[in-house]
Each structure stands twice: as structure tokens, then as C-alpha cells.
Write a protein that binds this ligand. Sequence first.
Ligand code: PEP
Ligand code: MG
Length: 555
Amino acid sequence: MKIIKGIAVSDGIGTGKVRKIIRTFAEQNEKNSIDKTTELKKFENAVEKFCQKTAERAKKIRKFSVDDAKILEIHIMIAKDKFFTEKADRLIDGGLSAVLAVEQILSESIETLTSANDNYTKQRIADITDIKNELIGAISGTEKLDLHSVPKNTVLVLSDITPSMTAGINTENTVGIIAEKGSFVSHSAIILRSMGIPAVFGVKDALSLTEDSRVIVDGTNGKIISQPNNDTIKNYNVRQKNILNNNTVPKYNRDYKVLCNISNKEDSVKSLTSDGVGLFRTEFLFMGRALPPTEDEQFEIYKQTALLLNGKPLNIRTADIGGDKSVNYLKQEENPFLGCRAVRYSLKNRDFFITQIRAILRASIFGNIKILLPFITTVEEVRDCKLLIDKAKSELKAEGVAFDRQIKVGIMIETPSAGLIADLLADEADFFSIGSNDLAAYITACDRNNSEVSNLYSVFQPSVLRLIRYIIECGLKKGIPVELCGESAADPMMIPLLISFGLKNFSVHPLATEKTKKQISQWTKTDADKIAGTVMDMKTEEEIYNYLKSVLLTI
Ligand code: PEP
Ligand code: MG
């Protein structure tokens, strides 16, 4: 038996068997020594294998869609194209590995195409990206990135899990996730929490766990128990039963609202015990596909979600694509977290934005929908977005389509710039939603997904707490509602501070609703003020963290 520590990212206990998923082609490639003849053979085999597999898929698909089958046939033509194969041969002959040769040629083609902005070219980029990934997978033997076909009681073990990979998880058969990289506020962690799958990230050398061996994932305490003995398994089984039996709904002060963060229509079912949806991360609807969803597709999803919520609030955030939530049709940037993401992308791609706004507006008559704009940094951005919202409204009016004419437009406060001008922004927006995940990252200048800097990245840094308090104060002074939808809204140590700062709306992942109501119900404003008074006089994160921890132990 061996205990390995990691970062607790998703509550609960899962006992099952290890299933390793190797996905980093480049890492694999680096480990291989470069032998020209072997690399050339690998490349030829990969092209052959790819063409064979794609031809089989085209044959199957033809029964349903001739057009899709034709696209796959074009993929085969591209892979067999003489220009491509001869260039790859030359590069390998010049000393590159097969993986890097494919990467270089196809990335160059993508780069050449990215300047064009029409849908046809975007589709070609998506095609070439697919071919590139498939070929690299075939060369490195890691093409079986199948998270779905796993047996019952599987614990997935990976180097890293991206947000788009989480969509492929088999939620019935997967009882836990272990990853070598990642952090508590990474988007994958956020999704796993709402899926209710116990997970531990930042587990060094997790991939050295033995395939098929038994393992316990303790997502509450951030521990992995590899090959546990019988007593440990029994202990954990008892703890798991206690967790399941302890899910009673508490009474809580109705002045406070506990809303949910969702990423798809299905999540909204889990949000029904909450006071509504504080954050619908719509970018997930745009990921894992060659082109964005159409206006009608989006409309249906928003409408169904609004109907399900039956009058409870539904804050639909316009697509926050970029950063770690990249999509095929987005240009790759050197520094995507600081690049053309969220509203920056929307304002440069106005048709893309207006399509989403039209879908939201059309759905607005089916419930209590509000628009939420992500990653605002300036007053101009809010004004520009609102002009485009007005444009979409005028179009719908002219077409005679019904929508909520008084629809509210709120903004995410998640950049230091927005936080520092919260007083000015409060005049432009109908409500604030504080994104403490990003806010903490940009204040502390730490990548929120990087476990190496997780000691610095903390909402308990005095700098982060001061800005959160200031934002809430500005919202309250100007009389607009303020919500906090970052992961810290569900953090028992943060809750008394937020109550003291005056926050009334907490938006958390669906499975944390009851826990958060329970935590809120433990505090009176007077007690919370006492705690916050002490905390805001402290100078270091460590002091604050330890103090809050000790306070929680005594209540
Ligand atoms: C945040 O940044 O706190 C937030 C809620 O948005 P996301 O986690 O999607 O970036
Ligand atoms: Mg954010």
C-alpha cells in the first residue's frame, strides 16, 4: 500500500482500477531516439493506417450523410498528397522525428489559412487540425484517446486533462480521476466537481501507477491510496456511506441566494435545488466541433434551460473562448490567457457575437434570462458590446421576433482592471458577477492551471481580498446586484468574509449547493464581520489561511 499526496479538486471517494490514458504526443516523441529509417517507416505506416481507418469511417458514415463521407475522403487525399508526403520525407531525412515533421508541415498550412475569415476556410483549418492530430496519434501509438469505453469502477489516470476531454468521460463507469498536472480552479476541475467525480490533481508520477491495480481516490483530502490493504478499503467504504447519508437540506437565510454554475443543458437538471443559474459557461457549447453552433442550435439549448428553470434566474455568459478553452476555429496565440479571448474575440468577430446574442434574446421570452459579458477590462468594451446587443435587438424587432426588451446585461469582474474601475463600470452594467478564479490569477500573476505556483495563487492573498471587497462595495453603493461565481463562493473559509463584505448572491457548482447553503446558515452578519475585521488587518496569505482554518475548526 502506498499513499501519494496531491491537490484535492473534486470531493468524494472513488475506489476502482487504474486505467492510464497517454495523450501527450510531444512528450512521447521526446522520449524516442531519432533514427531516420525508423521515423520514415513510422510516417509511412501512420499515413497508411490513417487512410485505412478514415476510409472505413467514410463507408459507415455514407449511409447517413454523403457530404460528411466526402469530407473524410478529402482527408485521405490530403494525407496522400505528394507535396505533403515528399516534404515529410525530406524533413525526416534532415533529422526531424516523424511527429515533428507532421506537426511542422500541417501547422504551417494552418498558419497560412488562419488569415482568412470565411467559413469554408475555417472548415479546412478544422480538417487539417483533425488530420494532424490523427496522424500524430497514429505515429506515436497514442491515438486511442478513448475515455468513454472503460469498464465499471475505472479510475482514469492522466498526465493532464483538458476541459474538452471531460466531455468524453463515461460518468457511469468512472469513479475517480488522477492527473499529474492541473489545479483546483482549472476548468477541468470545475467540470469534474459538477459531474460529482472525485478527483486529485498535481499527483507527481501518477502515470507510474500500475495499469489495472486497485486505487482509492480521496478527492476530499487530496490523497491517492495505491494498492490499499483490506482495512483501508473497509474504512473508506464506511466514510463513503457516511457522506451519502449526510446530505440533508439545511434551513438557510433567504436573504442569501445560492445559484449554480453550469456548462450545458444537462447540468441545469442538477441545479434545480438552487435559486437559479448564476453562470452558464456557454463556451463549452462551442468546443469539440469544427464550426460554432448555429443560432437555432443555441436558441434551443437556452430555451430548454430557461424552461427547465421555470422562472428562476438564468445568467447566460457569452462565449468565453480562449485561454485553456480553445476551439478549432480560433487562431492559436502565443499567450492565449492574455490574448484575444472572451469579449475581445466577440468584438473582433461581430457576426459570431451577434449570432449568440440573437439566440439568447429569442430564448429570453421563455424564462428569466440575463446576459453576462466575460473578461471585461474597460468601459468601452461594455459600451461596444451593448451597441451590438442593440443591433441584434433592432434586427429581431424588424423581423417581428419576440424577445425580452428589458433584458439585463451584467458583466464579469475578473480582471484587475475591471476591479479597479468597478465604480465606473457599475454605471454601465445592470449587475456584477465576480470571477474570483481569474481575478486571483491576474492579480497574483499566476497561471490558475499550474500546480507549481498554487502556493501563490490564492483568493486569501490580501491583494485579492481587498479588491473583492472593493468590487462588492462599488456594486452596493451604486445599487446593482453583485454575485460571485468563482470557485471561492463555495469555500467555507471564504464564506464569512463574503458575507461581511455584503455579498448576497453565491454561484457555485451544482453539487455544492446544499453544502454552501449550510455554510451560509452558520453565520450571522455580526460574527462574520468580526472574522473579516481580523482578517483584513493581517498581512500575509499564510496568516489569513491559518486563522480562518482555526476559526472553522471551532464552529
Ligand atoms: C472566474 O474566472 O472566476 C469564472 C467564474 O469564470 P471561469 O472560471 O469560467 O473563467
Ligand atoms: Mg473567468
